[in-house]
Design a protein around this ligand. Sequence first.
Ligand SMILES: Nc1ncnc2c1ncn2[C@@H]1O[C@H](COP(=O)(O)OP(=O)(O)OP(=O)(O)O)[C@@H](O)[C@H]1O
Length: 795
Amino acid sequence: RKIHANAEADSDVPLDPPKVEEKIGAVPHGLSTDSEVVKREAESMSRKTLRASAQKFEFQAEVSRLMDIIINSLYSNKDIFLRELISNASDALDKIRFLSLTDKEVLGEGDNTKLEIQIKLDKENKILSIRDRGVGMTKEDLIKNLGTIARSGTSAFVEKMQTSGDLNLIGQFGVGFYSVYLVADYVEVISKHNDDKQHVWESKADGAFAISEDEWNEPLGRGTEIRLHLRDEAQEYLDEYKLKELVKKYSEFINFPIHLWASKEVDEEVPADEDESNDDDDDTAESKSSEEEEEEEDKGEDEKKPKTKTIKKTTYEWELLNDVKAIWLRSPKEVTDEEYTKFYHSLAKDFADEKPLSWSHFNAEGDVEFKALLFVPPKAPHDLYESYYNSNKSNLKLFVRRVFISDEFDELLPKYLNFLKGLVDSDTLPLNVSREMLQHHSSLKTIKKKLIRKALDMIRKLAEEDPDESNDKSKKDVEESGDNNEKKGQYAKFWNEFGKSIKLGIIEDATNRNRLAKLLRFETTKSDGKLTSLDQYISRMKSGQKDIFYITGTSKEQLEKSPFLERLTKKNYEVIFFTDPVDEYLMQYLTEYEDTKFQNVSKEGLKIEKDSKDKELKESFKELTKWWKGALASHNVDDVKISNRLADSPCVVVTSKYGWTSNMERIMQSQTLSDANKQAYMRGKRVLEINPRHPIIKELRDRVVKDSEDESVKQTAQLIYQTALMESGFMLSDPQDFASRIYSSVKNSLKISPDATVEEEDDMEEAETVSSAEETESTTKTEEALVDDDVNDEL
Ligand SMILES: Nc1ncnc2c1ncn2[C@@H]1O[C@H](COP(=O)(O)OP(=O)(O)OP(=O)(O)O)[C@@H](O)[C@H]1O
């Protein structure tokens, strides 16, 4: 047997192989209490040097940075490490339980079949151990998982730490294990996987870790034991009460039993020793209580009965700390809001102390039976829309008859609802099939359909309960519903965090498009900085208004000044502002809402009240529109028309119904991979609309009528068109041409002759400057030559 020793102990006398001694108290199963082993370990650990014989590795750079941050953190809530370790243990247990569904053998026999977590304190050596009988880690797993492969969340977390410093979020970034270094300066991970021998991982978080085949610890059978050698300032974690309290607080919803090796004072009857029973000064733990003495006095005469005494004795036993009944199996009526909130925190690993915005706990019956609990988180995760289309990340956990199956089942919810957290526990799905087969099970479709419905209902209710959302009619009802204040503003909060997901839903989910459209919120020309819904918009529509008007652009401030809104605002029509780039795509899919069509006010086809003089005006501007259309033919302008949307501007450029708006053109141009050919194709036809009441347009008409060949009229018309193009949000294809036209117009207004030229630079001065420069150069050269001469002289 290989003798284990640490670096400094190399020269020590070889130690005897460990003998398993009698265990303290009744230990049915669990961590080794072999005192010899512990003693030898303590000796080795006290030096806190990595084992010399172990294979050494360096942490991946990002992991090392993360550990530095954790070690040096002044973060006061160090308790979180326990929650992270228990959560990892529970995950490992879930994994082995899942494997055992298709292969019973993996669980082994005896104590190995007990899927549980055990916590043990070694006060003397200041070691806190957490052990699970989970899947365990092979040597390779240890190397990869605990050090050499940085998780995708590692750098995101490091970055976050530098700005916010809130370590509480560590679990959400998939690097929870490293939180052990908040309380320990030396950590050992002993692990046994079915496919490998038992190994020990150890590190002092100083950039390196070591792995050795474990030939000295008690065999774990299967699973992982994490030994934390606590820092001096973290000795509080050796206190049983503290640990019990922490487990209750953080790990209440773990689905496996968590046991603590807890001490217990028990009374024990032992034969009384004559001398001792007379000794009044007995101050040992084995003292008699006064009642016992009285009792003994009463029975004093009964000489035949052997004398006994009661002593207090400390024994140890595994104490169960949690109730493993799953919350989702309970009736929703029995579960309190506080319990739901706590459950959300543990499920989502979101311990930021905020309540989820909403939840839905329900039981689906019928062909497919399942229970589900869905939560709307209070905040969107940092990476919600990163690689939205490429990731399969779902936040729903799937259980089959209480057994955790997977949290990577993207068949349960469509992508746009990936922001929800929660779980589904189905009684209908089969247990003993592979994950792949389950993925194709017909019941999943039904589950998915019901989940979407319930999720959308939950979001709708979030709006209904929000007093800020209600219009006056229903305001009273909501106000009477009590917890008003708490719900106030909750939908706006939801919308700010997850609004984009609802929009993506409208694009992707044709079946639920109308339901999702009900959840849309936006600002409008009349919403006064608040959010409005389509229903509210429709309820405010003017009589005779046929379409829902909207406009797209980069910001509300920019849109408010748009010439497209001039007449609509004047006539008191409400127009929706869509300012998110996704809105352009959204509106390609959302063409109508409850039989009312949408109309982009910067596109062709806008119908508002007719002007009685329409025909007359058309006729009177016929010559100008015809002339201008001809002049703009080479500029991709399809037509020149009398406008019904302008009030104060002379003209505007609108796009054809299916062509891109100026906003969409801008979005497409900013995409690196966009295709130039497609851009040209999709640009669509443009129409120049003129305001027949505008003095500029009226004057232009008169000039064209007078002399359609007048060069200056042509120039002015071109300048007006370019200005309108810009004001309508388009980018000019030839900004220099526009600039030079502006300057000629400026010249004109300053009454400068069009032939006036730019003053030439003074040639003389330039010549002088050149010659003085030459002079300087020659002086320098002379000096150089002199120096050279000096050198020559010296030589
Ligand atoms: N007790 C354990 N048993 C088996 N594997 C474990 C155990 N603890 C950690 N691991 C492995 O190490 C990996 C890293 O753990 P870590 O806690 O840093 O991240 P995580 O568990 O993936 O995410 P989170 O921090 O959200 O729990 C885990 O994914 C798992 O593969």
